[in-house]
Design a protein around this ligand. Sequence first.
Ligand code: HEC
Length: 404
Amino acid sequence: MLVLLLSACTTPGDPADTGPTYYRDVRPILDNSCARCHTDRGLSTSFDDPASVQSLATSIQARTQAGTMPPPAPDPSCADYDGSDALFLSDEDKQLLSDWADAGAPLGDPATAPAAGPPLTTAPFDTELRGTAPYQPTFDETGNDYRCFVLDVGNTTAAYVTGFEALVDNPRIVHHIVLWNVAASVDLPAETGGEIGFACDGFGEGGWDFFAGWAPGGRPFLFDEGQGMKIRAASRLVLQMHYYESFEGAAAELDQSGFGLHLEDEVDTEIFALPLGVEDFQIPAGQANAEEEMFVPWSEDWAPVTIVGVFPHMHLLGTGFDFNVQHSDGSNTCVVEMNDWDFHNQQAVHLDEPVRIEGGDIVTVTCHYDNSATNPNQPVDPPQDVSFGEGTSDEMCYGFTYGY
Ligand code: HEC
């Protein structure tokens, strides 16, 4: 009622009438697409204060027009997915932010601000798993710390995870998380002498199966009714944390992040995580447009697979990722398309429409890399040949694929 009254009172020429204002138009976009990193408790410059957002207007315009902010996400026009409206900025929203900056970044009337939505959570969980104690990161000279924590599911029989949600304790230092399902036969380093967790830049060889991934803004993942991922009896989940020194004093911060899980004893449909990708490649030093392609003609002898989600994964040199299915009838399904890539913003895509792969189809996963000296994410100077490997300065090309 109040809102109607106020807008009825505005006079022609008032910025509220003629163009976008901070409170009515810009704030909702920032809350939806930027606040997950840009708050007082986030990884980068806070957008909480209207005056500071105003002073950043041209920088916001430049970054959103260049497509570097928000960090790259799968293009929903390839295949739409849960949360795409928050992860991928539409052309209309980019235009609006640009018009607003051009108009001198007017604040407008606070009373015209739309109400915020409810917080996004699937709590309560059947179990919440975290490391044994709060951990204080030790950053290397590049400001990174990779640390693994063993999470004991405490299950004596197999259990099924029907949904999961990252529980991020300290968003100021948590850059991304990967959750691994590690077989009981794998020896993991013990926590002795007051150690909390263990250093782990890559992940173990055999017996480490991808389970879940998260980056700022990552959504809870609930499988459809009756679906779940198996965790074997007495197996451990390993939480691989990537901490980042995003501000001075970050090394004094503590974190005890984890995952909330929804569990069932049985499910109708077991979901598997298939690592579809390329494992034997070399990206020549200096090459700006390198491409690695996994090309799999799906055999008639293989069981059909229905894909419900994908977690694209590359390291620092990645610049794009495509996942495509060419069907035997000649049609084509775009599953994931990323025209850019940010190592720091990896997360699982939960497809709105599952994609079925049958005998005679061709699955293609393509990773694009820039191994030149001009790539701002190039970790070494001068560039070197880079091959497949688990360390951050090696490369990977996977679509960890959830399917049945
Ligand atoms: C996944 C995290 C993340 C999201 C989401 C995100 N940003 Fe950023 N942003 C960063 C980080 C980290 C930096 C600092 C590093 C850099 O400058 O690239 C940054 C820097 C910036 C800067 C420069 C800030 C300064 O102080 O100079 C601007 C402007 C910006 N982002 C705009 C946006 C806008 C607008 C959105 C939403 C449409 C957005 N960002 C969403 C992580 C994010």
